[in-house]
Design a protein around this ligand. Structure first.
Ligand SMILES: Cc1cc2nc3c(=O)[nH]c(=O)nc-3n(C[C@H](O)[C@H](O)[C@H](O)COP(=O)(O)OP(=O)(O)OC[C@H]3O[C@@H](n4cnc5c(N)ncnc54)[C@H](O)[C@@H]3O)c2cc1C
Length: 469
């Protein structure tokens, strides 16, 4: 390639792709972004993090108005749901966010191309617009940031009206009387919570014997009890094998995971939320020989390079947690690596948040992981029932747990279930990034009265010297 027009072409404009493009432009590269959808921002902004958090926020306020306001002496009567207006509130939030990305791309002088990108050869991306128009772009480097798609269950057809994925569950036009959620992962529990708050009877069927696989067991056990108290029913160690959509109500066949007699659960809507799979359709990976693993993920080395020179990949399409902030950090790192710098992602410190009420947030290792690795550790725990701010807010569910190395006191993991846990985990992530000991957190002055004092108290509890317990 004599003199390609671009230094970098990014395929996909999700949190991985658009952040990568901006960082590359900041570093002086001439950048193009190719996006097949009408709007920028990928899964996260259009059908993922952002719309789901809008509905979680709105439905939480709705429930709070009905349950807490009266207690606080605010007499507003029984709240009435205007679902169409709530959906509009969500859509306006999404619109503002996707327009924000378009603005940022323009501000950073990044050229954008609407169409499906296919890697025709190293350094060459063919863009086919929805109208069938083709053009070929050339660049020194290509970053694949094509993200992920909904995982499907064999034999269960998602129609996005009655049998829905997360995408359909974000746009239902009426509150289902009975919602059956397949899969007790983050997305199922978040969207299950939304519709329960708005009036659905929710039952969650999960193949494993626990909810939220991968998250600290003690946190999950307490969290399940809280969700059950809120009215969500769980059927663990069970699998949905078929959904009969012929009648007015859906009939799901549910069997024990280990096999056995099936039972029928009726529902008005079934949400299939069993995870997500990497999306590489139409990218032409086979043609150029980019290797994928047995789960269809693009294989990369520690510099995000594929086996084909000049072709890199980041975000949901490669291995690792499918999280927007993981994709963003990889986007920054790969842009820096392409620019000759030392881009790096610390996979030991990637926070994970479930935005239900209460929230769950964790960073670092769980107790099970440390035990399996044979690491000796101390545990410091502090419940929100003993935190002044939680008590005055009448939001005392949950606790903070800090796991610290038994020899060095270095913080190895922090797990929080409680109101605003998602914001509180940032403190733990910063501390861990700086290699903090639990004593460092314990000796840091925390504002009073805040929920974050529970983090300090949990750190004190590692050395068995918490004050308010
Ligand atoms: C309901 C839901 C809620 C979520 N909530 C959260 C959350 O709260 N926090 C969190 O961290 N994560 C959340 N996630 C996950 C998060 O959305 C993803 O981890 C994140 O979007 C991954 O970013 P990405 O850039 O890798 O890919 P994506 O965001 O999937 O973007 C990929 C983009 O590439 C485009 N594309 C694909 N192929 C081509 C092609 N050949 N040519 C051109 N364009 C192409 C797609 O159209 C898409 O716009 C949620 C996901 C869902 C579904």
């Amino acid at each position: 390639m004599a003199n390609p027009a671009y230094d970098l072409i990014v395929i996909g404009s999700g949190p991985g792709g658009y952040v990568c493009a901006i960082r590359a432009a900041q570093l002086g590269m001439k950048v193009a972004v190719v996006e097949k959808d009408k709007t920028f921002g990928g899964t996260c902004l259009n059908v993922g993090c952002i719309p789901s958090k809008a509905l979680l926020h709105a439905s939480e306020r709705y429930e709070e108005t009905g349950q807490l306001f009266d207690k606080m002496g605010i007499k507003v009567g029984k709240p009435k749901l205007d679902l169409a207006a709530m959906m509009k509130f969500k859509d306006e939030g999404v619109d503002g966010n996707v327009k924000g990305v378009a603005f940022l791309l323009k501000k950073n002088k990044i050229d954008t191309f609407q169409g499906t990108g296919r890697i025709a050869a190293p350094g060459k991306v063919e863009v086919t617009s929805a109208g069938g128009k083709n053009e070929t772009l050339e660049a020194k480097a290509i970053v694949i940031a094509t993200g992920s798609d909904v995982a499907r269950l064999p034999g269960i057809d998602i129609d996005e009206t009655r049998i829905v994925s997360s995408t359909g569950a974000l746009v239902l036009d009426k509150v289902p009387e009975r919602l059956l959620v397949v899969g007790a992962g983050v997305i199922g529990l978040e969207l299950g919570s939304v519709w329960r708050r708005l009036g659905s009877q929710v039952i969650v069927v999960e193949f494993l014997d626990r909810i939220l696989p991968g998250i600290d067991n003690e946190v999950c056990r307490q969290f399940q009890r809280i969700l059950e108290r809120q009215g969500i029913k769980f059927k663990l160690s069970s699998k949905v094998t078929a959904v009969d959509a012929n009648g007015k109500t859906l009939k799901a066949s549910v069997e024990p995971a280990a096999g056995g007699a099936a039972e029928t659960i009726e529902a008005d809507v079934v949400l299939v939320s069993i995870g997500r799979v990497p999306f590489t359709e139409g990218l032409g990976l086979e043609g150029v020989g980019v290797r994928t693993d047995n789960k269809g993920r693009v294989m990369v080395d520690e510099r995000f390079a594929t086996n084909v020179p000049g072709v890199y990949a980041i975000g949901d399409v490669i291995a690792g947690p499918m999280l927007a902030h993981k994709a963003e950090d990889e986007g920054v790192a790969v842009a820096e690596i392409i620019a000759g710098q030392a881009g790096h992602v610390n996979y030991d410190v990637i926070p994970n948040v479930v935005y239900t009420f209460p929230e769950i947030a964790s960073v670092g290792k769980s107790e099970d992981e440390l035990k399996a690795a044979g690491v000796a550790f101390n545990v410091g725990k502090f419940p929100f029932t003993a935190n002044g701010r939680a008590k005055i807010n009448h939001q005392t569910d949950g606790f903070v747990k800090i796991l610290a190395d038994a020899k060095t006191d270095r913080v190895l993991g922090v797990h929080i279930v409680g109101a605003d846990a998602g914001n509180m985990i940032a403190e733990a992530a910063v501390a861990m990034e700086f290699g903090a000991a639990s004593e460092d957190i314990a000796r840091t002055c925390h504002a009073h009265p805040t929920l974050t004092e529970a983090v300090k108290e949990a750190a004190l509890a590692v050395a068995k010297r918490s004050i308010n317990m």
